[in-house]
Write a new protein. Structure first.
Length: 359
């Protein structure tokens, strides 16, 4: 039973008591309570009858720390509401409603962490000044929002300026020619002289040409390893680093991205046509996901293994990776100085994998 009904019943009781015991002094509070309860219930009921509450959300995705727009509109029913609050779960506190026929609110919300967010419906609660009568109305069903990891610049951390992504290159830009060379093979008629491997000719007397790698295998590869993170923040930093590296390398020359559970990397070209879907998948990565498919890392391009685990360990998949250059990118400090930094993570270059470890 509502407070308004209780007040009205109490007023009726006082009026009956005044008549039964011939006590005129009880008539005044009895009538007052009866009128107050009845008027409050009627006013709030008429204000809620035919009223509406709508919420127009922004896009289905938003990047961390960027403004997400919301527009909420309330229209009263047959009468202006005597008072109330507009409760939006994304706001820190309710918005008070005055005695107006409606209210429009535009707010911008920011999310500090990536992931999936369920947007609970907004709610308006109408009531009289004494809180005797209350009516509530919701804006509709719950919505869903994906908060994407933000993209941060890749910064050079070396004294000579050779470690960052500069001028559209990669940290492995100094070894570009090495990344292109896959193997030597006998010389074929019509091969340009620039591809003849003259040291081999001088040593053996046989014409040998360099076989250059074509296609995605020569592109850098970013691997995200979310296993055993030191903390949730460490995992978020690793995801931001993977997203930032992928976008920077893709804009330069194209690259691959190997996510947990995938057996083959997704290739991202300079046109970034496939980037949006990968960005959403990065937002939903959780700790202790599937192990990256280490067997697929036999590429000629550089491999950037981004991990959130601490302890200075080198993942087994990176140890076995047969690549011209191998990098570990992690938020945990390691021995030595990082060549570059991105999203709070340092990029450390490892030596070449030995034949035994790569086998």
């Amino acid at each position: 039973m509502s407070r308004a009904a209780g007040a009205a019943l109490l007023g009726i009781g006082l009026v009956l008591s005044a008549a039964a015991f011939d006590s005129p002094s009880l008539h005044v509070p009895g009538v007052a309570l009866l009128v107050l309860g009845s008027v409050s219930a009627l006013w709030v009921g008429l204000a809620a009858a035919g009223g509406s509450l709508s919420r127009e959300a922004g896009p289905h995705t938003v990047v961390e720390e960027e403004a997400y727009p919301l527009r909420i509109e309330y229209r009263s029913g047959l009468l202006p509401a005597p008072g109330g609050e507009l409760v939006e779960p994304l706001l820190a506190e309710p918005v008070r409603l005055g005695m107006a026929a409606g209210r429009r609110i535009r707010v911008e919300v920011r999310f500090a962490r990536r992931g999936r967010r369920v947007l609970a419906p907004a709610r308006v609660v109408l009531h009289d000044p004494l809180m005797l009568a209350r009516r509530a109305r919701e804006s509709g069903g719950a919505g869903e929002l994906i908060v994407l990891p933000r993209i941060e610049p890749v910064l050079d951390a070396t004294a000579d300026g050779s470690g960052g992504l500069q001028g559209g290159g990669t940290p492995a830009a100094g070894a570009a020619s090495e990344l292109e060379l896959d193997a030597l093979r006998p010389y074929g008629p019509g091969t340009p002289g620039s591809r003849i491997h003259w040291p081999t000719v001088a040593r053996t007397g046989e014409l040998m040409e360099r076989r250059l790698v074509a296609g995605a295998e020569s592109h850098p590869l970013v691997v995200l390893d979310p296993r055993a993170p030191d903390s949730e923040e460490a995992l978020d930093m690793a995801v931001r680093a993977a997203a930032s590296l992928t976008l920077a390398l893709a804009r330069s020359s194209g690259c691959g991205l190997l996510l947990p559970g995938d057996r083959r990397p997704a290739e991202v070209g300079r046109d970034l046509r496939d980037w949006r879907g990968l960005h959403i998948r990065l937002a939903l990565v959780e700790a202790d996901a599937a192990v990256p498919a280490a067997a697929r890392l036999e590429r000629s391009g550089a491999v950037f293994w981004v991990c959130a685990m601490g302890g200075g360990r080198i993942p087994a998949g990176l140890q076995r990776a047969g690549a011209a250059q191998r990098w570990i990118v992690t938020p945990s400090p390691r021995r030595g100085t990082p060549r570059f930094t991105v999203a709070g993570c340092g990029g450390y270059q490892l030596g070449r994998a030995s034949r035994r470890s790569a086998a």
